[in-house]
Design a protein around this ligand. Structure first.
Ligand code: FNR
Length: 426
């Protein structure tokens, strides 16, 4: 992939994309709740920390692999690609391209429930990297969720072993849940996103009358399902023409053919009654996959998640898309790490744009870091290769920071290597 000479960092790539991005895709990607205060917070929070390096420590070889085991797989880097919906808006290969890039880079990929590529397709190109399936618990009965969980468990077999798939089918119709454990090897964990009993107030989406274009579909659901943000489903009166004008027929980066937007379909909504006491046991009953919880910002919720069987916690404010004015994940992180006391891994996402950000997050106690929007910039400019460029750039920066910090492995990053600027003044 040939990047322009002046595109050296993720932020350069962002600027480059902003100039060329389809307005609808851009609006969706940058979509934040209300005033965008939390989006800004997520980007500014890094400036509140400074690092204190150590010198002369022979950094001729640096191992960047995470130290805390993650699903017992050998990841190369302490960061991965978090779930974001509808990636075919950015490139015709969508999540399949992202998963392939994650796979060749040796990092995990979390697939959004509301992806355009199906989880089977993503698994077949993503290999072991396609390890996490993000889910919501949806309204109107749990059949949809049960089906998603079963597919996530068995998907590897569906892709690779036809015979085993048939056996699996037979078992599934009986009391198969426990038996599957031994024959199925699909996704390794489900990530329950807990910060979204309702979509946040996102004026941008309403004003731009956001509708998933008709040439796209939600890959994990049957054809007529629409996602929760789709304005055509929630408000059938609104015209769906506004956005069609903004998608050009020009497909320089391979996006699909333009067509009118759909104004119909069943809308999938998140169940607003979701709660720890009922739904964590329900999930555990219905899957043997590890259950992770994403969207925790309060130490007491970290405690609740662990008490209800979560195998890992992702501290996140959903990229500032849900509750405006809420705390950044980085600010919430130290309190949560303290409360968790190493019982489960604690991950973090939101506003990670530099290798130095990865370092700061790890120094403040995160076991692992996830990125969201930068993946879209990569997709937009170059599909799989573009996403790989994003990962490589972050890796290169992170490696340099590690060497300059005198750290030969992620295990050598320690809390006292970062200081809050505010502490320096007092
Ligand atoms: C998201 N995010 C998200 N999270 C989730 O659990 N399920 C989802 O379907 C989505 N969809 C989604 C779409 C888009 C376009 C974005 C930008 C984000 C939130 C995502 O997982 C993550 O928390 C943030 O994106 C991290 O912040 P940055 O890296 O984007 O600043």
């Amino acid at each position: 992939l040939k990047m322009p000479r002046d595109v050296l960092s993720l932020k350069d790539l962002e600027a480059h994309c902003l100039a060329s991005m389809d307005p609808m895709v851009r609006d969706y990607l940058y979509d934040g709740a209300e005033e965008g205060r939390t989006i800004r917070e997520n980007l500014e929070v890094w400036d509140r920390w400074l690092v204190v390096p150590r010198m002369m420590r022979d950094t001729s070889t640096v191992n960047l692999a995470p130290v805390t085991p993650l699903l017992n797989l050998p990841w190369r880097l302490p960061f991965g690609i978090g779930p974001s919906a509808m990636q075919r808006l950015a490139h015709s290969a969508g999540e399949a391209a992202t998963a392939a890039a994650a796979n060749s880079s040796g990092v995990p990929f979390a697939l959004s429930t509301f992806s355009n590529s199906s989880m089977e397709n993503v698994k077949s190109v993503g290999g072991e990297s396609a390890a996490f399936l993000q889910i919501y618990l949806v309204s109107g009965g749990r059949e949809l969720n049960v089906e998603l969980l079963q597919r996530a468990e068995g998907v590897y077999i569906f892709s690779y072993f036809f015979v085993a798939a048939s056996i699996y089918q037979v078992l599934r119709s009986g009391q198969a849940n426990r038996v599957n454990r031994f024959i199925a090897a699909g996704y390794k964990a489900v990530v329950l996103t807990v910060d979204s009993p309702v979509p946040g107030n996102r004026p941008g989406l309403i004003k731009s009358n956001f509708v998933m274009p008709r040439y796209l579909r939600l890959g994990n659901f049957s054809e007529d399902f629409r996602g929760p943000l789709d304005q055509s489903a929630s408000n059938p009166d609104t015209s769906t023409t506004a956005l069609t004008d903004t998608i050009t027929n020009e497909n320089s980066n391979g996006r699909g053919e333009n067509s009118n937007n759909s104004g119909s379909g069943k809308q999938i909504l998140v169940d607003p009654s979701v709660n720890w006491e009922r739904d964590m046991p329900w999930l555990q009953e219905h899957t043997y996959l590890e259950i992770w919880v994403k969207g925790v910002l309060h130490p007491l919720d970290a405690e609740a998640a662990i008490a209800h069987g979560a195998r890992g916690i992702i501290v996140s404010n959903h990229g500032g898309r849900q509750l405006d004015g809420c705390i950044s994940a980085l600010d919430a992180l130290p309190g949560i790490v303290k409360a968790v006391r190493g019982r489960v891994p604690v991950h973090v996402d939101g506003g990670v744009r530099r290798g130095a950000d990865v370092f700061t997050a790890l120094a403040l106690g995160a076991d692992f870091v996830w990125i969201g929007r930068p993946v879209w910039w990569g997709l937009w400019v170059g599909g799989e290769e573009g996403v790989r460029w994003v990962l490589e750039t972050l890796e290169r920066e992170f490696r340099t920071v590690m060497m300059l910090m005198g750290c030969r492995s992620v295990g050598e990053i320690s809390r006292e290597m970062v200081v809050a600027k505010s502490r320096l003044l007092s």
